[in-house]
Design a protein around this ligand. Structure first.
Ligand code: NDP
Ligand code: HEM
Length: 481
């Protein structure tokens, strides 16, 4: 037999037994002095960090982003310069289910990417849909509560889901996508990824642009039907990705951006920062800029995937935030979630730590590993790091207005139904439409959905398109038109 090292405890002290606790006599009570046993049991009790409050079930892999086209006229971000190769991590996930829930459940899929650039970490925390259910962060936790479990019986409840959706018309576009077969992808390799929000790009001359990111799967879109999804293996997607990478079948995505000149935003026909809308390809055609490939599985799921902390606030020079209210809310939410879920020094963990040097005046806290050195304050005359005021002007732009709480914008075509209607009328095939209707009807036929709620469901879909509403009415046996 080959050499096997001696088991130790976590302090490196040799362990006397992997199997037997220290007892008084062979059948006797155990001893408090058996600190090997005590460490083993105590550590086991602390194995879990809290699961993510959303997107708890997921899996991921490492890869590389390669830029093949010159987009230096739009951004000076080093990771997007022609020829750049940047190490990357992705985590795919479902949204509403718990850590052990089924991969094939009807849900959007999280598509969270981390790029280890020479200017620090850049995170693009997107989904497999280009839009979202709501456009104001004020509504995010209410929306999520409606998707998760009830307070009384701890069950998920389709009546509650349709209640929220039908009272929030801005959800219609995303719910349409969710109820197509794109809501049940065949695998993570067969989905597109979208940055979803509009982001700011600026070039070396300081010129600014608005962008949207599209990662188009080179494997092709492939979905499950409702029946296939219901019958699918629990860990279908995590296994599929792991096995594909293990056998050398490395999935890739073509990276595209839509670019809007900065000035267009003011009088575009709808609010270009509204997360419930896409930019039609006809208005801003996607430009291919490179390829992103996954080529390495994690070696330790907990360390590299469960403890991965993605945050839309991780931005690098050349890229900034936009006024999208949802993005603004997310800039706060994610670092806050990580401090709670993983701890204040989550950015020191190997998977989250940037590959460039960190020179921060933040210090100490639970599990601090990379300790700061003196001086520990700024300003100082001790030769400590100094911030770069050149960065001030880069992502700045003028905003003025009254402080308000408002649903409306100054754009003329801000309508909640135009884009889902275009999807139904112009994009979906006959089969796609049949499946959309069938999926809606099956979802709203759950026993807890009341008769009154079914009428609201029909009304919701009639607002998208009369034919769609009529077909849902027929499927739900709701009378009237
Ligand atoms: P286009 O005809 O130029 O684009 C339609 C896009 O829809 C396609 O490029 C494809 O984008 C996506 N698509 C194709 N089949 C399906 C499907 N079965 N389910 C969902 N999406 C599909 O028209 P517009 O750009 O004017 O968009 C029309 C509608 O298409 C929008 O209102 C929106 O609902 C939907 N859409 C638009 C996207 C955009 O960024 N403009 C992206 C996705 C959907 P992809 O390959 O990126 O999925
Ligand atoms: C995860 C909040 C909207 C994509 C999370 C988490 C929180 C959160 C708290 C858990 C983070 C963690 O514990 O690691 C919010 C809020 C939103 C919002 C407040 C709106 C205001 C969105 C949108 C998208 C998105 C619009 C996609 C475009 C994701 C993804 C994850 C996630 C992919 C999982 C990241 C991972 O794999 O670790 N969100 N979210 N979220 N969110 Fe959001």
């Amino acid at each position: 037999m080959s050499y096997r090292p001696t088991t130790t405890n976590d302090a490196g002290n040799a362990a006397p037994s992997d199997e037997h606790s220290q007892s008084v006599g062979p059948n006797g009570p155990l001893l408090l002095q058996d600190h090997y046993l005590i460490q083993k049991m105590a550590h086991f009790n602390r194995e879990r960090v809290p699961e993510r409050v959303v997107h708890a079930k997921g899996g991921g892999a490492f890869g590389v982003l390669e830029i093949t086209e010159d987009v230096s006229q739009f951004t000076k971000a080093k990771l997007f310069q022609k020829g750049a190769r940047t190490e990357s991590l992705v985590r795919f996930s479902t949204v509403a289910g718990e850590l052990g829930s089924a991969d094939a459940a009807r849900d959007p899929r999280g598509f969270a990417m981390k790029f280890y650039t020479e200017d620090g970490v850049y995170d693009l925390v997107g989904n497999n849909t280009p839009i979202f259910f709501v456009r104001d962060p004020q509504k995010f936790s209410d929306f999520i509560h409606s998707q998760k479990r009830r307070a009384d019986n701890h069950l998920r409840d389709h009546n509650m889901q349709w209640d929220f959706w039908s009272l929030s018309p801005e959800t219609a576009h995303q719910v349409t996508l969710l109820m197509t077969d794109r809501g049940t992808p065949a695998s993570w390799r067969h989905i597109n990824g979208y940055g979803s929000h509009t982001f700011l790009w600026y070039n070396a001359a300081g010129e600014k642009f608005w962008v949207k990111y599209h990662f188009k799967t080179d494997q092709g879109i492939k979905n499950l039907t409702r029946e296939e999804a219901d019958a699918a293996e629990h860990d279908l997607h995590i296994r599929d990705l792991y096995d594909a990478i293990k056998r050398g079948d490395h999935p890739s995505w073509t990276v595209q951006v839509q670019v809007m000149p900065f000035e267009d935003a003011a009088d575009y026909r709808f609010n270009p920062f509204d997360l419930t809308k896409v930019w039609p390809h006809g208005d801003y055609p996607p430009i291919t800029i490179g390829r992103w490939t996954l080529n390495r599985n994690p070696e330790n799921y907990f360390a590299e995937i469960e403890q991965a902390a993605f945050e839309p606030s991780n931005l690098v020079p050349g890229i900034g935030a936009s006024p999208d209210k949802m993005l603004q809310g997310r800039l706060f939410s994610y670092p806050d979630a990580h401090r709670y879920r993983i701890g204040p020094n989550y950015l020191q963990l190997p998977v989250n730590r940037p590959k460039n040097e960190v020179h921060t005046y933040n210090k100490d806290g639970a599990m601090a590993y990379y300790n700061s050195s003196d001086p520990v304050y700024a300003p100082n005359s001790m030769g400590g790091p100094v911030a770069d005021p050149e960065l001030w002007k880069d992502d700045s732009y003028e905003v003025a207005g009254e402080i308000v709480r408002s649903a409306s914008t100054r754009h003329r075509d801000d309508d909640d139904y135009v884009q889902p209607r275009a999807l139904w009328e112009k994009v979906l095939s006959g089969t796609d439409r049949d499946h959309l209707v069938g999926n809606i009807v099956a979802h709203a036929t759950a026993p807890e959905v009341t008769g009154d709620m079914k009428k609201r469901v029909v009304e919701y879909w009639r607002n998208v398109h009369k034919d769609l509403g009529d077909r849902v009415a027929k499927g739900l046996s709701v009378n009237g038109s």
